[in-house]
Design a protein around this ligand. Structure first.
Ligand code: ZN
Length: 313
């Protein structure tokens, strides 16, 4: 009987794959580029080749495959992803192997991992919000990431925070992501200060009045969105991850203060950092792989070895 699954986390620029055993041990971990510029079919082929390669490195046949992909996703179909260009790719198309495959949305899969193995361990209801190049969340409701009626749940980055605010790439105005993603913080500073190529971490740590203004707007946007989320879904905790969470107290302290101020009649949920870092997607994919293999009980007892280091934003 197979004692490992293939876990693959597909990002817009790179894919992280591994073999994960029944005990949660990572038997192998590798990274490959995502050939997004070569079109949707090339990406699907690259995923299939990577799965074949990982599977061949294991001892025997994998019990299942868990695959985390961006965009609009259901358990058996990658419906739509703007940056990868695909539409309605069935789960089985991602591998030539005759083994069960389960697909997951990238952020919700990371949220699943934080829920079972990380900062949300033991919590039934919380928000996992990675803040990187973009912002999307995973609502963990009654112990499971919630996908909504059609798979679009969690797009907190595109909730409007400033009416008639700046144009977002999505077509709407005043989206959270336009003000508070790592990419937006860097871009907005660069535009306002007339300096090119400034990164979010430089803005966060700067005493420059323009940097303070840009960071203040990002914090304001985040606290507005988190107040709305809290009032709507009453999370026990808000788990912040992604590249911008590396800012630590410079992010957590002001957002916490404003969130508390905005909530008049109820307590604010604690804001805590994500625990799994860049490995969240791959561990979540491993949990999906074991579910595909008919072993959903695996996961909660794992003591995962989380490597520290800068998060990919
Ligand atoms: Zn938007």
């Amino acid at each position: 009987m197979s004692s490992f699954v293939v876990a693959l986390d597909v990002g817009g620029t790179s894919m992280k794959g591994g073999l994960v055993g029944e005990s949660g041990a990572v038997l192998l971990s590798e990274r490959r580029p995502t050939p997004h510029a070569e079109g949707p079919e090339a990406v699907v082929t690259a995923i299939s080749d990577f799965i074949d390669h990982l599977a061949a490195a294991g001892d025997g046949t994998p019990a299942g495959v868990g695959l985390a992909v961006p965009g609009l996703v259901t358990e058996d179909s990658a419906v739509y992803a703007t940056n990868l260009g695909w539409r309605d790719v069935p789960a089985a198309a991602f591998t030539s192997l005759d083994i069960p495959v389960l697909l997951g949305h990238d952020v919700r899969t990371g949220g699943l991992a934080e829920s079972v193995l990380g900062a949300g361990r033991g919590l039934d209801d919380f928000l996992f919000l990675p803040i990187g190049t973009g912002i999307a969340g995973a609502s963990i409701i009654r112990g499971e990431p919630y996908g909504g009626s059609s798979g679009w749940a969690g797009e907190i980055g595109h909730t409007p925070v400033f009416p008639d605010g700046e144009q977002c790439a999505c077509g709407q105005l005043g989206c959270l992501e336009t003000y508070a993603s790592a990419a937006s913080v860097g871009r907005r500073y660069s535009q306002r200060a007339g300096v090119e190529g400034v990164k979010a971490e430089q803005v966060v740590s700067s005493d420059d009045p323009i940097a303070i203004e840009i960071w203040d707007e990002a914090v304001e946007a985040l606290s507005l969105a988190l107040a709305t989320y809290t009032l709507l879904l009453d999370p026990s905790v808000i788990v912040l991850g992604g590249g911008l969470a590396q800012a630590g107290p410079a992010l957590f302290d002001p957002v916490r203060t404003r969130l508390v101020k905005r909530l008049a009649f109820r307590d604010a949920p604690p804001l805590v950092p994500a625990a799994l870092g860049v490995d969240a997607g791959m561990f979540g994919a491993a949990l999906l792989g074991w579910r595909a293999a008919g072993r959903p009980e695996l996961g909660p007892g794992w003591a995962v070895d989380v490597r520290s280091g800068p998060l990919v934003s």
